[in-house]
Design a binder for this molecule. Structure first.
Ligand code: 3HC
Ligand code: NAI
Length: 687
């Protein structure tokens, strides 16, 4: 038998143990091993299927998807388990995902250890369950729940799985093997559990739920192929016997596997894991108490994330009213989470119990890390960092959430520059996953490693970046927005630009985003950028839009008009006139601009700047840039990120288009040296 699967006996019970670290993925050796083990159970009267290490099977081996799968295929193994003459009992622990759950669904009974998480996350990798998940889950969980779980890549805990009917019991034995043996003995005594009447009685393939779900996903999973294919696969389960249904599912799985979205999403899966780890980084420091300075928009959100992750969290603000407002906001957010069933009341209470407020810095004397989120002013930050230097214990990390100030300069008023680091969160900070972990010149490796570990613990996606204006994300965003605005002067309309970007897959168009975050704020940021590019021509539409009081949604008018109580953008005749006047004043003859040019100028502006950031070392890799853009800026995950998407197009073509823009539009478009080098060498950013 392969080294990755073992077979042994305990009396009448055969035990098959999968052992393929780190996550027991269903490699070819595992698949073959299970079949061989099933063939070797002899006169056993029951079989336990379990796995060694920290988890049952976490899925198919994602690295194998790019190649044609080797035999035996997973559906064959699932069918062999289902067809076994004696009862097969799967014992689930850790994370039982994808092909792992499918193996379990093929068995005759499932027992979960407490703390197990399970689900079919395939659509988040651009594929669908390909080994029976879409056929075997609906009869257990019911049509609606199965569709929800599969199309939403939902992971559920053991208690929820029991309630949904996906597992038959939660074991109180100490380990999976004992749990399996106990369950098998019970089955031998009293038979398999009776699941009662089928949950699919009376349901048929033209059930209206399929159409409803498909329409819903057109909106919530816009542009994604796999969730729609998954619905089709589930539909087939209603009119085909298992083996044929699985064959139909497999064909849909193969369509997805060979399609472009799988590659993009798998790239992001591995890019995220690489981005959030430091290679050979020193051991992070550990601590239980965190401080947050500033109880404003960002501070409240950051504090919420810290307390939710189990940190004792102290919020300090000089203004008692701001602290009170922060607590009210936090409890309001918790109440809504409880109402929506995302959290139970006891959890909300426990989180609130870990939050303290104070107007004095002395409350921070036990903090191992502090995140400063006060006004964006060097003077104010200096005042805060002097206080932090005074009260914090030795070894504490001093982090700043600044978006534009020099972090070395912020830390210069302390005697511990090596412990100063940037933690750039995104708004709303308790929701947005991205944190740019900014390495200032003085930041030590240990401080960086600690800041990364802390960010992971508060369930963020931390990406290390260098100390350059705008860091990685906002710097790319600046170039993207600037290009979009130039397109207005040259002849496009805000509605056209936003439509093209949404069609490309962006969560929102650039001008709708600006109207949401405030054009006055945008103009202030723009002014800072001028200082970094003194010799480049800047478009001037934003200046004129703000001058007319069109600050965005909060004013009921920005690049678009808004109606009372409605966030839908409407074209504005006034903005059209503003744009024409700006163009005329600047001597620009407006022309009709086609959609392809709009898409290329916005997206390739991201790519060229991304390449510059990688080339200069401010970003470590194209994968890091893609992760920043996916989690911070609503970039469509199924395109893999701007750098991956550029690779798919081919860097030779990307470079040619960039050069064309450079010739026509001037200095903003000078191709990044890295782009030139890679394109000319026939290489790619992510290859
Ligand atoms: N295939 C290959 N490698 C995998 C893997 C998989 N399915 N799942 C995890 N790994 C690797 C990771 O890349 C990482 O490798 P590294 O140490 O070299 O960086 C290592 O295992 C540990 O993973 P994490 O760092 O993510 O560890 P965590 O403990 O944080 O998380 C996990 C573990 C919850 C299992 C998480 O890795 C995860 O969600 N994995 C993906 C699971 C998944 O999507 N499964 C479905 C696959 S598709 C499928 O099964 C198709 C089928 O229907 C035919
Ligand atoms: P805010 O204005 O909402 O909150 C700032 C808070 O700091 C206020 O409650 C104020 O009372 C408090 N404060 C000011 N001086 C203080 C002092 N000396 N001691 C203690 N508390 C003091 O500001 P916001 O938007 O939360 O921004 C905070 C920081 O986060 C800024 O550096 C900003 O650049 C950065 N940032 C903001 C983002 C956003 O979208 N709002 C995104 C990313 C970073």
């Amino acid at each position: 038998m392969s080294g990755q699967v073992r077979l042994d006996r305990d009396g009448e019970i055969a035990i098959i143990t999968i052992d393929n670290p780190p996550v027991n993925a269903t490699s070819q050796a595992v698949r073959a091993g299970i079949l061989e083990a099933l063939g070797g159970i002899g006169d056993a009267r029951a079989v336990v299927l379990t796995a060694a290490g920290r988890t049952f099977v976490a899925g198919a081996d994602i690295k194998e998807f790019a190649n044609a799968p080797l035999e035996p295929h997973l559906p064959e193994v699932v069918l062999a388990l289902a067809g076994c003459d004696v009862p097969v009992i799967a014992v689930l622990h850790g994370t039982t995902l994808g092909g792992g759950l499918e193996l379990a669904l093929g068995c005759h009974m499932r027992v979960a250890m407490p703390g197990t998480k399970l689900g079919l996350p395939e659509v988040s990798l651009g594929i669908i369950p390909g080994a029976g998940g879409t056929q075997l889950l609906p009869p257990l969980a019911g049509l609606e729940r199965a569709l929800e779980m599969i199309t939403g890549a939902e992971r559920v805990g053991a208690a929820q799985a029991l309630e949904d009917g996906i597992v038959d019991a939660i074991s109180d034995e100490s380990d999976p093997r004992s749990a399996g043996l106990a369950a098998a003995r019970q089955v031998l005594e009293t038979g398999l559990p009776d699941r009662g009447a089928g949950k699919l009685d009376g349901r048929h393939p033209d059930d209206p739920v399929f159409g409803k779900m498909a329409a819903q996903l057109e909106k919530s999973a816009r542009g994604q192929i796999a969730p729609q294919k998954a619905i089709e696969a589930v539909r087939r389960s209603l009119d085909l016997p298992l083996a044929e249904g699985m064959a139909a599912e497999r064909a849909l799985f193969q369509d997805c596997r060979k399609g472009p979205q799988r590659g993009a999403l798998v790239h992001l899966f591995f890019a995220e894991r690489a981005a959030t780890k430091l290679k050979d980084g020193p051991e992070p420091r550990s601590f239980d108490t965190v401080g947050v300075i500033g109880a404003g928009t960002m501070g409240a959100g950051i504090a919420m994330a810290c307390a939710a992750a189990g940190y004792e969290t102290v919020i300090v603000d000089r203004d008692q009213a701001a602290l009170d407002r922060a607590l009210t906001r936090i409890s309001g957010s918790h109440d809504r989470a409880v109402q929506r069933g995302k959290m139970d009341a006891a959890q909300a209470e426990a989180i609130a119990g870990r939050l303290r407020i104070a107007t004095s810095y002395d409350a921070l004397s036990g903090a191992g890390l502090v995140v400063e989120a006060v006004f964006e002013s060097m003077e104010v930050k200096h005042a805060v960092f002097r206080e932090l230097d005074r009260v914090l214990p030795e070894g504490a990390i001093l982090a700043t959430n600044t978006s534009s100030l020099d972090i070395d300069e912020i830390g210069s008023v302390t005697a511990r520059g090596a412990d100063v680091v940037g933690l750039h969160f995104f708004s709303p900070a308790h929701v947005m996953k991205l944190v740019e972990v900014v390495r200032a010149k003085g930041t030590s490796e240990e401080a960086l490693s600690t800041a990364m570990a802390f960010s992971r613990r508060i369930r963020k996606v931390p990406v290390p970046v260098g100390m350059v204006p705008g860091f990685v994300g906002n710097r790319m965003l600046f170039h993207y927005g600037r290009e979009a605005e130039s397109l207005l002067e040259e002849g496009a309309t805000p509605a056209q630009v936003d439509r093209v970007l949404r069609d490309y897959g962006m969560a929102m168009g650039v001008f709708a985003v600006r109207d949401l975050s405030g054009n006055d704020v945008g103009l202030a940021v723009r002014k800072e950028w001028r200082a970094h590019y003194p010799h480049h021509p800047f478009p001037e539409v934003i200046d004129a839009v703000v001058a007319e009081g069109r600050t965005g949604q909060k004013a009921g008018k920005g690049y678009f008009d808004y109606r009372e109580g409605d966030r839908t953008p409407h074209d504005s005749a006034e903005v059209a006139a503003i744009i024409e006047a700006v163009a005329a004043r600047r001597g620009i003859t407006r022309r009709k601009i086609d959609d392809d040019e709009i898409r290329d100028r916005c997206v390739l502006a991201l790519v060229n700047e991304g390449a510059r950031l990688i080339g200069s070392g401010a970003a470590r890799s194209a994968g890091d840039v893609d992760v920043v853009y996916r989690y911070g800026y609503g970039f469509p995950a199924w395109r893999g990120g701007p750098m991956y998407d550029a690779d798919q197009r081919g860097l030779a073509e990307v470079l040619a288009r960039t050069r064309e823009f450079h010739d026509r539009l001037g200095p903003w478009w000078e191709p990044a040296p890295l782009l030139v080098d890679l394109a000319e060498a026939g290489r790619s950013f992510t290859g």
